[in-house]
Design a protein around this ligand. Structure first.
Ligand SMILES: [Cu+2]
Length: 344
């Protein structure tokens, strides 16, 4: 039986009991079945209306209780509570927050996931300015990290963690306000290559809504495949996907664990389940030559599985002859994201 059907049945039983009780109490001649018939459908519709979105979003995400991660400030009794929601742009500040537990107190016990007790994602609501950082926690359970908001606007904080005693991770999200002129940055066009600092990251895959899609990133530097990726937080890559429109949050890792001393690359493959068709921003974190880098992609996820992301056959930095022949050097990578650089 579906949860909606169970709710409907429960509502009907409740209405029936109420109707019987009322009829008995006032001793009226109201037919209890007729009374139940008139009240139950109205009640059912309300329940059905509430159930439907949760059921729809829940595809492939039963672990989060039917709601996609990152959309709620509070879930399973845990609440993300920022110390302040007002910030100034361009100034070195400190992000401070607590995770309040079911007892109302800040959580101080966590289960480590990917070598950290908590992962914090900071991104402006237009999906620019992505940061993946790791705050520290004091004895009272307050998390903090120095941070500089690069521009005004509404920014979203995602706390990705597993409280001790809970058998799954939670991703809670909240908005904070950064004052100043807000110039929204349009999403970059869907592209299969992202180039920066001599690196070219290509993406290949066939993303389809509602089931696991394989995405393969290939990393090269100066035209040569990178074969010495370093483990970063227990994996050769961390992929955060945010759905344009509501910033629903997906965090995926390659199936292969990365242990210290191992070398990875040039390919990193992820199995990602996009819950719905739509536009997603993908942020791939990887570590090479001692630095963590972020590659960004806009991906259009189709409902029919016909979306093929095919990497270019030759990369701009791999073909010096192209530059000599008058081609612009460097890829026009994600122009929309240049204004608010991703930093680590
Ligand atoms: Cu992290």
């Amino acid at each position: 039986m579906s949860r909606a059907a169970a709710l409907r049945l429960g509502a009907f039983a409740g209405a029936l009991a109420l109707a019987f009780g009322a009829a008995f109490a006032v001793g009226s001649a109201v037919d209890p079945i007729a009374a139940a018939d008139t009240t139950a459908p109205a009640h059912n519709e309300e329940m059905g209306g509430m159930e439907e979105p949760a059921a729809g979003h829940g595809a492939g995400h039963s672990e989060s209780g039917g709601q996609l991660p990152g959309l709620s400030v509070s879930e399973a009794g845990y609440t993300l509570t920022p110390a302040t929601t007002f910030y100034q742009p361009g100034a070195k500040t400190e992000l401070r927050f607590t995770i309040q537990g079911p007892d109302g107190k800040p959580v101080t016990q966590y289960t480590e996931t990917h070598e950290k007790d908590l992962h914090l994602i900071v991104v402006r609501r237009d999906l620019s300015g992505f940061h993946h950082v790791h705050p520290t926690r004091d004895a009272s359970g307050t998390w903090s990290i120095p941070f500089t908001f690069t521009a005004g606007g509404t920014w979203r904080l995602f706390a990705d963690f597993q409280p001790a005693g809970l058998d799954r991770t939670l991703t809670l999200g909240t908005d904070v306000n950064v004052s100043g002129l807000y110039i929204p940055v349009p999403l970059s066009e869907p592209a299969s290559v992202y180039s920066f600092d001599g690196y070219d990251v290509t993406l290949a895959g066939n993303p389809v809504a509602g089931k696991e899609s394989e995405l393969t990133f290939t990393i090269s530097r100066g035209g040569k495949p990178v074969t010495d990726l370093q483990p970063y937080l227990g994996a050769f890559g961390h992929l955060v996907s945010l759905r344009s429109g509501d910033l629903a949050y997906l965090h995926t890792h390659p199936s292969q664990d990365a242990k210290p001393g191992m070398k990875g690359g040039p390919q990193i493959t992820f199995g990602t389940t996009f819950p719905t068709a739509g536009t997603y921003s993908l942020f791939l974190d990887f570590q090479h030559a001692g630095a963590v880098h972020t590659a960004e992609f806009t991906v259009q996820v189709g409902a029919d599985g016909k979306t093929q992301i095919v990497p270019p056959t030759s990369l701009p930095s791999a073909e010096p002859s192209m530059k000599q022949s008058g081609q612009p050097s460097g890829q026009p990578s994600a122009p929309g994201h240049e204004e608010t650089p991703h930093g680590h």
